[in-house]
Design a binder for this molecule. Structure first.
Ligand code: SF4
Length: 347
């Protein structure tokens, strides 16, 4: 008998509660903390790599100190190529682990180790491995939002920027594909490629909350706005998009499309970079409530929100929150992760 994918229960913090616990800075205090962080980065030969979804303060700091702000694929590439001996990853745990998979000789620190991801939590390695064992003839493709152990079980890792191309390429070689963990992205890949896959049923708690009917109302309020949607969103929201793409692809669309207004269905942390890259344009968060539902994340990831300046200064001062991965698992995860980088470099 085939085992159905079993998505375990996991705890999801409420973003507003996380944000209520964050430090509040006066302008002067913030200046002091930023100055100390800059000093420590230099003293420790460290570079800050931040995801688009963390706070504007952290993204600005990464920009101002020769670090990098990007999506998870580019963050991993940058950390590997940068000469700094310490990489500080402001994001969620799988991003720190990916940096360690690619650059084991470097020290990888994170402002907090409590920053998880619902996709990662929804796909425990043991259960996933048992599921894969049911389909020995399938090529296992996993999203980068997974643990090192799940990557180690996979044949390929992908990000949303290359998922469609990679699955299409595998199918063209006659391969059957098992996909994990995001159910919405999996369905989107199937729709675009026409390839039917065996799919895990996890979801991103942020994108899953976007609501089609409320989006329709918002589109009537802003009839000239283009709608940008991340493919982790529900089907019916994706169907309303002018552009579907990874975070980097959505930022490029904001720059390239002629519209002056954009309704954006992804974490609103991305507005910092969008505004920087397209300063004459206006960005509006897509609705994540309505239709009788109340949002928990309200378009901002609770785990991304856990990163803050004080925590960053703390790890730079103490060396706490270092990422370690088991070497035998890392070597297996490196194989599937390196295939992602190689495939992406040929696109
Ligand atoms: S936004 Fe979604 S996919 Fe990204 S880290 Fe948060 S829970 Fe995971």
């Amino acid at each position: 008998m085939l085992i159905k994918p079993h998505v375990p229960e996991y705890h999801v913090p409420v973003t507003a509660t996380v944000e209520a616990g964050l430090p509040v800075y006066s302008a002067e205090r913030k200046q002091q903390v930023v100055k100390q962080i800059k000093q420590r980065l230099e003293e420790q030969n460290a570079v800050l790599v931040a995801h688009y979804y963390v706070s504007a303060d952290l993204q600005k700091l990464a920009d101002d100190t020769g670090g990098y702000v990007s999506d998870s694929l580019d963050m991993a590439r940058f950390g590997k190529e940068h000469p700094a001996q310490t990489i500080i990853v402001a994001g969620v745990r799988f991003m720190g682990e990916t940096a360690k998979i690619l650059t084991p000789e470097k020290r990888v620190l994170m402002p907090t180790l409590e920053a998880e991801c619902s996709l990662d939590l929804s796909c425990p390695a043991d259960e996933f491995s048992a599921f894969c064992d049911q389909y020995p003839e399938h090529t296992v493709v996993v999203y980068s939002n997974t643990s090192t152990a799940v990557k180690a079980r996979a044949d390929y890792v992908v990000t949303s920027s290359i998922a469609v191309d990679l699955v299409g390429w595998l199918a063209a070689q006659g391969k059957k594909v098992l996909w994990a963990p995001d159910r919405h992205l999996g369905r989107y890949i199937e729709k675009i490629t026409g390839v039917e896959m065996v799919r895990w049923q996890g979801e991103c708690v942020v994108h899953d909350e976007f609501k089609a009917r409320s989006l329709e109302d918002l589109m009537q309020t802003y009839p000239d706005a283009a709608v940008l949607v991340h493919p982790e969103s529900p089907d019916e929201v994706i169907a309303m998009a002018d552009k579907v793409g990874s975070t980097t692809q959505l930022i490029q669309a904001a720059q390239g499309l002629p519209n002056k207004q954009f309704i954006v269905a992804t974490d609103k942390g991305i507005f910092y970079k969008m505004q920087q890259m397209a300063p004459d344009k206006t960005f509006i968060a897509a609705p994540s409530h309505g239709e009788g539902a109340v949002c928990k994340s309200c378009a901002h990831c609770p785990w991304m929100a856990m990163n803050d300046l004080d925590k960053l200064l703390h790890v730079l001062t103490t060396g706490e929150n270092e990422i370690f991965v088991d070497e035998s698992i890392r070597i297996k995860a490196l194989r599937s992760t390196q295939r992602m980088l190689d495939f992406a470099s040929q696109q």
